[in-house]
Ligand binder design. Structure first.
Ligand SMILES: Nc1ncnc2c1ncn2[C@@H]1O[C@H](COP(=O)(O)OP(=O)(O)O)[C@@H](O)[C@H]1O
Ligand SMILES: [Mg+2]
Length: 323
């Protein structure tokens, strides 16, 4: 596969804030490329730069062989952006919206009609083509947003969190349409902060954090980078007759856990009353961990082990949870 998108040392600032920091990656032709990172990582900024929506401070970008610095208009014509914030006109029908966006790419007459109808069919909105957008559900608007981005049959489709706030059925529909678009020859950049989706659909994944690339590769390659971390979940309760409040006990246990060698990361989920502890794979840290809980007077309900996954990989790379 040849490189379809090449981003080299991209930097984009908003005032003093460096939103994208010397970022480099390539997207191969015909792949579904995942862009994974927590809120504020710089995903949308990067995609908006690639989509020619916003400028950048430094770096080199080529798309399909065209240089962004020289051939921005050629690049714009190749790309379909499905923006993170749904950008459709509320007072227009589904059809009118898609036809409007397709017309911006130079389609007209019967070609425009056919393209708009095909895109609506594709996202499963044909029956609602005359429906005013303001009357649509959130999931329908998301699907319409996608139809608007793909009607002109772009070679590169850039999707920025297309499944945020959609119901399970729309999500399924969107996932399978992305695969269909790829089978039709499109290259896709897919952004999410929702790990399972990215894991399910993407050929290669870039993990970004604070505007920088933390890792890039196939799911298997990423897992190989960090095969040395596993997660232990300990569910417990602190008896109410204790001198200390539960909150204090939790804080103390967290502090003690952090001090154990081989412990990389700890957190507590109050809803589940569950501690999450990432430890070096193969370490015998479990005994000291359990001792901390016992010393704190905790009643342990359950101890679970979880082998490495992308979530732990992300954590190990960035020291932060994805959400
Ligand atoms: N138009 C803007 N003006 C100023 N700061 C912005 C703007 N857009 C994004 N940012 C900031 O840039 C950083 C990256 O944002 P963004 O690219 O939206 O991240 P993501 O899509 O990964 O959540 C964040 O700190 C965000 O607050
Ligand atoms: Mg974003």
């Amino acid at each position: 596969m040849t490189d379809f998108v090449n981003v080299e040392n991209l930097t984009k600032k908003y005032g003093d804030l460096i939103a994208v920091d010397n970022l480099s990656f390539t997207v191969k032709e015909g792949e579904i490329f995942g862009f994974l990172g927590p809120n504020g990582a710089g995903k949308s900024t990067t995609l908006n730069v690639i989509s020619t929506l916003i400028g950048y401070d430094s770096g080199n970008i080529t798309v399909c062989g065209y240089d962004m610095a020289k051939d921005e208009r050629k690049i714009k014509a190749l790309i379909g952006l499905v923006p993170q914030d749904v950008a459709v006109y509320e007072n227009m029908s589904a059809y009118e919206n898609v036809a409007f966006f397709a017309s911006l790419y130079g389609l007209s007459g019967t070609a425009l009609k056919a393209a708009a109808n095909e895109a609506l069919e594709f996202v499963g909105l044909s029956e609602h083509r005359k429906l005013r957008t303001s009357k649509m559900s959130g999931g329908m608007k998301r699907r319409l947003n996608i139809a608007c981005g793909i009607a002109h049959k772009p070679k590169l489709i850039v999707m920025d969190e297309p499944t945020v706030g959609v119901d399970a059925q729309s999500r399924e529909h969107i996932m399978s349409s992305i695969r269909t678009l790829r089978s039709g020859g499109a290259t896709i950049i897919y952004t999410s902060h929702y790990m399972p989706e990215v894991q399910e659909i993407c050929d290669r994944i870039a993990i970004i954090d604070k505007g920088r690339l933390a890792a890039i590769g196939t799911k298997e390659e990423l897992l190989e980078i960090i095969t040395d971390v596993k997660t232990i979940y300990i569910t417990c309760e602190f008896p109410p007759d204790q001198k200390e409040s539960t909150e204090l006990s939790v804080d103390r246990v967290l502090d003690d856990l952090k001090a154990v060698p081989d412990v990389r990361y700890v957190s507590f989920d109050p809803d589940e009353s569950r501690f999450k502890i990432d430890v070096t794979l193969g370490s015998d840290a479990v005994t000291p961990l359990l001792r901390i809980f016992m010393d704190a007077g905790a009643r342990i309900h359950e101890v679970q082990n979880e082998e490495p996954n992308l979530e732990t990989t992300f954590l190990a790379l960035t020291g932060r949870e994805l959400r």
